[in-house]
Design a protein around this ligand. Structure first.
Ligand code: SF4
Length: 331
């Protein structure tokens, strides 16, 4: 990515984080105006409670890959509720079912079917995923960014077949960290493209979905009908879970992260050195796990290593945050 563009993106994210409380409020209003049902979840427990209520009576749901779903322990919750989860990310299935990542840490970055190199014998997997998605009432996804001014959710296809999961079931449930909110639609799309370019070496994801509320059409006798070409309900859970606390403690710059995955290997090294599992492998992910008490200080940083970040988070800045952050037990 060119230097000027990199600087622009870093500045854009910095401005978004400075305005975070205001943008959360604005996004809530604009998403609701577009017909989405919006929920505030202060922490994991609240997010799990909201999802539990939404999915009462379901036997099976489909979900795409999302670090935020890992963060709230979505699969474990479904197990407790007796709801079967069908994963739709090829890479995630290959990783988790075939033990390609035996360290128990979630995969990152997600690659799509093409780059996961499915062999001919594995192709029926894709058919199975399609069938399961079609049969499901609920599709659960994370989100790549949210444009607050427009009330639009931006989702890249390579997040584990996110387009299919968000579009085919009658209900789309989104779990989004509040740091995914940007002010403008152009900013939100820039974030997605930059994460794709830097994390997966692809300038623009093959598909990007811009979701502005439930599907609606007036084609039939000019009557407004919901759910004809996509979900008839879109639920958006805005998860804080320590993000605003990160700002309060002076380390809000970590929220500029666009989840490109470029520092994943350094985070994985640190996680292994410290004996952590089940955490998001970005500097932001480690900081949130620390603030929420999911991992405990002191953090061994001798494996931090070097990484190049598109929004200007340096290894030194990450190290300072991991050293200085205080755990807040209420998360
Ligand atoms: S902190 Fe890591 S994952 Fe986040 S934008 Fe920077 S390099 Fe990418």
């Amino acid at each position: 990515m060119k230097k000027a563009k990199k600087k622009e993106l870093a500045e854009l994210r910095e401005e978004d984080i400075k305005r975070l409380p205001e943008l959360i409020e604005l996004a809530t209003k604009t998403l609701q105006a577009k017909g989405c049902r919006v929920y505030d979840a202060a922490d994991t427990a609240q997010a799990r409670g909201i999802i539990g209520e939404l999915l009462v009576g379901q036997k099976r749901v489909v979900r795409s890959f999302s670090q935020t779903l890992y963060e709230i322990g979505f699969d474990g919750l479904m197990k407790e509720k007796g709801i079967e989860v069908e994963k739709t990310s090829t890479a995630e299935i290959l990783w988790s079912e075939e033990g390609r990542h035996p360290d128990g840490l979630p995969p990152f970055p997600v690659v799509d079917r093409e780059s996961a190199s499915l062999s001919e014998s594995e192709l029926p997997f894709a058919e199975r995923v399609r069938e399961r998605v079609k049969e499901s009432e609920y599709g659960i996804t994370g989100i790549n960014s949210i444009a607050a001014e427009r009330g639009t959710l931006v989702l890249a296809e390579n997040e584990g077949n996110g387009r299919t999961v968000s579009n085919l079931p009658y209900h789309h449930v989104v779990v989004a960290g509040v740091d995914k909110i940007t002010a403008s639609l152009t900013g939100a799309v820039d974030v997605v493209c930059c994460a794709s370019e830097h994390g997966q070496n692809r300038k623009v994801p093959v598909y990007i979905s811009l979701i502005s509320g439930p599907s609606r059409t007036g084609d039939i006798e000019f009557r407004l009908t919901y759910g004809m070409h996509g979900p008839k309900e879109v639920h958006v859970i805005l998860l804080d879970n320590g993000r605003q606390e990160l700002c309060r403690q002076g380390y809000g710059y970590l929220l500029k992260c666009i989840d490109c995955g470029s520092c994943c290997e350094q985070c994985r090294e640190m996680a292994l050195a410290n004996g952590w599992s089940g955490i998001t492998l970005t500097m932001k992910g480690l900081a949130l796990a620390l603030i929420g008490g999911r991992i405990a200080p002191p953090v061994l940083q001798n494996r931090l290593g070097n990484f190049s970040c598109q929004v200007g988070i340096t290894p030194k800045m990450a190290a300072e945050a991991l050293k200085g952050l205080n755990t807040v037990k209420s998360f």
